[in-house]
Design a protein around this ligand. Structure first.
Ligand code: ADP
Length: 258
């Protein structure tokens, strides 16, 4: 629990820092853009100078667009909790995932016929899914299969489990990639922890997924074996308490190859 608090504080710090920087940067860029506009209006057109001014304007505009994205990231820390249809969310993301992952990876889904709604933030769940899928692809440089499954699972009081007793929707992603050793697994959700090298990984993907699980009242569980692959499970509590007689629905295979 202490570690979780520490992580949450780090993420909040990242959000505040990002928001602060983005805000100040935006003001500076607006000043630059304003000045450039005055300069370009006052100067007579000069084929030698004007392209440089145009470049500067474009650079500043790109910078402004980037700061907008950073501000959006900082604001995203605020979750919008509600009942989420996890099956519909994954199905809705499928085309995007396939486009992002590229042709060497294929996605198989194992979904039950129906699933109770989970309590979480839908937009964040979509980002979490994207982060997990990108990690799975990165772990399989020569390509391979990603299995995405969803299930309704109950954890009883007696169960000795990382997850609190209760009823959950579990979204899992299994890859057959290079896997992680124990040390990497234990550090993977730390903000800024990455093994991908400078310019490739930010180390924020799994900390975001972990944060979403915790803030939803669930759990993010990562298990991995070097050379065999990784299973990432997002445990999300149900949106509504269920009746005691309800049974988990059977699992069916869905749309294999793509
Ligand atoms: P990033 O992807 O930017 O490195 P993440 O927080 O998403 O940041 O992941 C942290 C690290 O965890 C990765 O750099 C990688 O070492 C490890 N990791 C995450 N997912 C997987 C996976 N599916 N297979 C192997 N290693 C993984």
């Amino acid at each position: 629990a202490r570690e979780t608090l520490f992580q949450a504080q780090k993420m909040e710090a990242v959000g505040q820092l990002t928001g602060g920087i983005a805000h100040d940067f935006n003001n500076l860029l607006m000043a630059i853009l304003g000045s450039l506009e005055i300069v370009s209006k006052r100067l007579p057109y000069d084929a030698k100078i004007s392209p440089f001014i145009e470049n500067a304007v474009q650079g500043a505009q790109r910078g402004a667009a980037l700061t907008q994205r950073m501000l959006a990231f900082a604001r995203r820390q605020e979750l919008e909790m509600g009942p989420v249809d996890v099956l519909e969310t994954v199905r809705g993301m499928r085309e995007l995932l396939e486009r992002v992952l590229g042709p060497s990876v294929f996605i198989t889904t194992r979904f039950p016929l129906s699933l109770p709604h989970a309590l979480t933030d839908k937009a964040q769940l979509e980002s979490a899914l994207l982060n997990l899928a990108v990690n799975a692809r990165d772990a399989m440089p020569t390509g391979g299969q990603i299995v995405i499954s969803a299930a309704h699972r109950k954890i009883g009081r007696a169960a000795n489990n990382a997850v609190k007793p209760g009823s959950y929707v579990v979204l899992s992603l299994i890859d057959q990639g290079e896997g992680m050793d124990e040390e990497t697994v234990s550090r993977a959700t730390e903000p800024f922890f990455t093994t991908k090298g400078v310019g490739k990984g930010t180390g924020l993907g799994l900390s975001m997924v972990h944060g979403l699980a915790e803030q939803s009242g669930g759990r993010f569980v990562l298990s991995s074996e070097v050379g065999r692959g990784t299973t990432a499970e997002l445990w999300l509590p149900l949106a509504e308490a269920e009746t005691a007689t309800e049974m988990p629905s059977p699992v069916t295979a869905e749309s294999g190859m793509t």
